[in-house]
Design a protein around this ligand. Structure first.
Ligand code: ATP
Ligand code: MG
Length: 359
C-alpha cells in the first residue's frame, strides 16, 4: 500500500477554513476506500506566517513542498499585511516559480444543484489549460515606462514553454476519455506574431496526437463561444493572461469562485488550490463555501492516481464527487454564494453524511 505525502499550506483568510473542511472530507473518503495512505505535512506560508516568522515562504515549507507527492494550498495574502516595500505577499506565486508549475488547470464543470449563469443550464464540462510561466506576464526585460506618456510590456512565447503546456493539454484530453476528445488552441494569431508562433507550435504538437481533434479559436471568438455554447468545449489551451481571464469567465458560468478548483502542474510537482483568494470579508464568519477546496482535493487524488498508476486514490475521488453531488442536489451543501444558507461546517457535515449513501 502506498502512502502519499501531502504538504498542506493552509494560508490566510478563509484559506484555513476551507482547507480544514477539505481535509475532513478527505479523511471521510479514506475511511471508505482502503488501499492507500496519506501523510499530511503542515507547511505554513502566507501573510500570517510572515507576521509570525518574518518569512512568507519559510525554507522548511519550500523543502516540504519539494518532498511531497502533492501540495494542497489555501489562498495566501491579506490586504493589511505587506512587505516593507509595500509589495503583496504572494508565496503561491513564488511556489509556482520555484517548482516550475507551468500548466494551470482550471476545470469548469456544471454541478447539479448549483445555479449556473446561463439560461437553459447547459451541461458544461470543460478544462482551461493556462500557460503559467511566460506570456505577457513574463515581460522579459521588464515593462518600460517612458515618463508619464508611454508604457510597454513584452509578450514572451518560447518553443519550450509552449510545447510543454500543449503536451499537457493533449495528455489531459486523452485522460478525460471522451468519445471525441478535442483540444482548442486559443490565441490572437491574426494580430500578434507571438501568438502566431504559439499556434504554429500547437499545430506541431497536435500532429503527435492524431486521436485527439485539434482546432483553433481567436480569443475574442472563444469568449463569445464560451458564453453561447460552452457545452461544445473539451480542453482549451492558451497563454497566461488569456487563460487568467477566460478561466474566471468559465468559473462564472458554473456558479462562481466558491465552486472552482484548480491545479498547477509541473513535471515533478503539483499544487492544488481553490481558484478563489483569501476573501478577507468572509474570514472568520464561517460561511465560506468549501466546495472549491474539496474539489481541489478530488483533482489531487486523481493526479496521484494518474502519476502513480494507482486506482485507490481515484476511487476516493469518485466517492467525494458522488457525496458532493448528492449533498448539493439535496440543498444541504448550498452556502450563501450559491443562494443557500449552509455554513462551511453545515456543508462539510452534509457531504460527510452522504458518503456511502446511494442517493
Ligand atoms: P485574490 O486577490 O487573493 O486573488 P480577490 O480579492 O480578487 O482574491 P477573492 O478573495 O477570491 O478575490 O474573493 C472575492 C470575493 O468573492 C470575496 O470577497 C468573497 O465575497 C467571494 N468569495 C471568494 N471565495 C469564496 C468562497 N469560497 N465562498 C464564498 N464566497 C467567496
Ligand atoms: Mg484579494
Amino acid at each position: 500500500m502506498k502512502t502519499y505525502r501531502i504538504a498542506v499550506v493552509r494560508g490566510d483568510g478563509i484559506g484555513p477554513e476551507v482547507i480544514a473542511s477539505a481535509l475532513e472530507v478527505l479523511a471521510g473518503a479514506r475511511r471508505l476506500v482502503a488501499g492507500f495512505g496519506v501523510e499530511l505535512i503542515e507547511a505554513p506560508a502566507g501573510a500570517e506566517t510572515y507576521r509570525e516568522q518574518g518569512e512568507a515562504l519559510p525554507a522548511s515549507t519550500l523543502s516540504a513542498c519539494r518532498a511531497a507527492d502533492a501540495i494542497l494550498l489555501g489562498a495566501c495574502g491579506l490586504p493589511d499585511v505587506r512587505y516593507p516595500d509595500g509589495t503583496e505577499i504572494i508565496p503561491q506565486v513564488t511556489l509556482r516559480i520555484e517548482l516550475d508549475l507551468y500548466a494551470g488547470i482550471r476545470p469548469a464543470r456544471r454541478l447539479e444543484g448549483v445555479p449556473g449563469a446561463l439560461a437553459g443550464d447547459p451541461a458544461i464540462d470543460l478544462v482551461i489549460v493556462r500557460e503559467s510561466t511566460e506570456g505577457i506576464f513574463a515581460s522579459l526585460g521588464g515593462g518600460i515606462v517612458l515618463g508619464d506618456q508611454l508604457a510597454t510590456d513584452t509578450q514572451v512565447i518560447t518553443r519550450r514553454g509552449t510545447e510543454r503546456v500543449v503536451h499537457s493539454a493533449f495528455r489531459l484530453a486523452r485522460r478525460r476519455s471522451r468519445a471525441r476528445p478535442r483540444v482548442t488552441c486559443v490565441d490572437k494569431a491574426n494580430i500578434l506574431r507571438s501568438f502566431a508562433f504559439f499556434r504554429q507550435v500547437f499545430d506541431e504538437v497536435a500532429a503527435l496526437y492524431p486521436d485527439v481533434k485539434a482546432d483553433h479559436l481567436y480569443v475574442d471568438a472563444a469568449a463569445m463561444e464560451l458564453v453561447r455554447r460552452p457545452e461544445h468545449f473539451d480542453v482549451l489551451v492558451t497563454e497566461n493572461l488569456l487563460g487568467d481571464i477566460l478561466s474566471d469567465l468559465a468559473a462564472g458560468l458554473i456558479g462562481g469562485l466558491g465552486v472552482a478548483p484548480s491545479a498547477d502542474l509541473g513535471d515533478r510537482h503539483a499544487v492544488f488550490q481553490p481558484c478563489h483568494g483569501t476573501a478577507p470579508d468572509l474570514a472568520g464568519t464561517g460561511v465560506a463555501n468549501p466546495l472549491a477546496a474539496i474539489l481541489s482535493v478530488v483533482m489531487l487524488l486523481d493526479h496521484l492516481a494518474d502519476t502513480h498508476g494507482d486506482p485507490a486514490p481515484a476511487a476516493a475521488a469518485r466517492q467525494i464527487e458522488q457525496a458532493v453531488t448528492t449533498a448539493l442536489a439535496s440543498g444541504e451543501a448550498r452556502t450563501a454564494d450559491l443562494g443557500g444558507n449552509a455554513t462551511t461546517s453545515d456543508a462539510t457535515a452534509a457531504i460527510l453524511r452522504k458518503f456511502g449513501s446511494s442517493h
